[in-house]
Design a protein around this ligand. Structure first.
Ligand SMILES: [Zn+2]
Length: 344
């Protein structure tokens, strides 16, 4: 091909590349598929980026068009994968992918859907929700890779995408299998197996959450976002994945949400207090996962609780509690109780 035939351009449409190229096609190009084991929604196996682990830390979701490695604690979309493989910027990775898979930029014409993962198209239930989730995930992932980008990309992306998406946690894209709700190490926590299963949690024997009670955290619409790992040798410790921002979520909101409209919500700090309240017959509790309330959490709380409904704040008597109550009191009917008295 004569050089002049293709006008050199640094412009590359990230969204078009992500929409057009499947993670499966990328893995195939690197001849990695044979080494991976097929599972329901993708693959798992040895990680192409790090070595020396006997488990299968590397996971690929076809419906999310994404990958994640528990060993590296890293993951992302096709751009992130190629950037990591080639040790180049996200922008360069997008240019490479556009070249390899002949992706036309959206600026020149309609977006090409070629190579879109079949799983996403064939997904019978919740296909729309899935693709929305994937889009949000893509945005979040691009943003999380900011240090690797060059030139004017961030501004361009910001104008392309929904600005709200930057502030969302991306869906996880897979769930932990083999969590043991009946593990003996969970007994000291004082919950029966049914309760632990009700919250889809369990003892995790491998990976990043090894030795922890792994507790799934969902978006308000019920998408799995991350696992909190409750350490079993220390009462106060929770582990969260590095890219998960817990200040953007309220634990258990997707379950409590239906009750909230009629009945208001109960606000606590700790995830396991939500469990205790549920066992005690109060399933409408949500947790901040912290002693502080972010403005996003405040907005979530007040948007799901009508003016005439109440938020019961169950908290030990502290300055943090007073600050939270003050902020909520202007927007909802707030009642306060000492957490320990409530359970007494
Ligand atoms: Zn890895």
């Amino acid at each position: 091909m004569p050089k002049s035939a293709r006008k050199p351009s640094t412009y590359v449409d990230f969204k078009a590349v992500k929409a057009a190229v499947s993670i499966e096609a990328v893995l195939e190009r690197y001849e990695l598929l044979d080494d991976l084991e097929a599972k329901d929604d993708g693959y798992s196996g040895d990680c192409p980026f790090h070595e020396g682990e006997s488990q299968r830390p590397f996971h690929v979701s076809l419906s999310k068009n994404a990958w994640y490695c528990f060993g590296c604690e890293e993951g992302g979309n096709v751009l992130d994968f190629v950037a990591r493989m080639e040790d180049v910027s996200i922008k360069k990775a997008a240019q490479l992918l556009a070249e390899w898979f002949e992706v036309e930029s959206a600026r020149k014409g309609p977006k090409r859907q070629r190579g879109k993962p079949k799983a996403a198209e064939a997904d019978s239930e919740g296909a729309a929700a899935d693709s929305e989730g994937a889009a949000a995930e893509d945005e979040a992932l691009s943003d999380s890779q900011e240090p690797h980008t060059e030139g004017p990309e961030p501004a361009k992306r910001a104008s392309e995408g929904d600005p709200g998406e930057e502030f969302a946690n991306r869906p996880l894209g897979f769930s932990l299998k083999n969590l043991d709700a009946g593990h003996e190490l969970l007994e000291p926590l004082g919950f029966d197996r049914d309760t632990i299963e009700r919250f889809e949690a369990g003892y995790c024997a491998k990976g990043m959450m090894k030795g922890c009670l792994a507790i799934p955290i969902h978006s308000p619409t019920g998408e799995l976002l991350a696992y909190a790992g409750k350490a079993l040798d220390n009462d106060d410790e929770y582990k969260y994945p590095p890219k998960f921002d817990r200040s953007l979520e309220l634990y258990n909101l997707h379950r409590a949400i239906e009750l909230a409209e009629e009945d208001g919500l109960i606000l606590v700090a700790d995830i396991l207090d939500v469990w205790r309240l549920t066992v005690a017959g109060f399933p409408k509790a949500v947790a901040l996962m912290s002693d502080e309330m972010s403005s996003r959490q405040e907005a979530l709380l007040t948007s799901f609780v009508g003016e005439h409904q109440r938020v019961l704040v169950l908290w030990p008597k502290t300055a943090e509690r007073d600050a939270i109550v003050k902020r909520l009191a202007s927007q909802a009917y707030v009642k306060v109780m000492d957490l320990n008295e409530f359970f007494a």
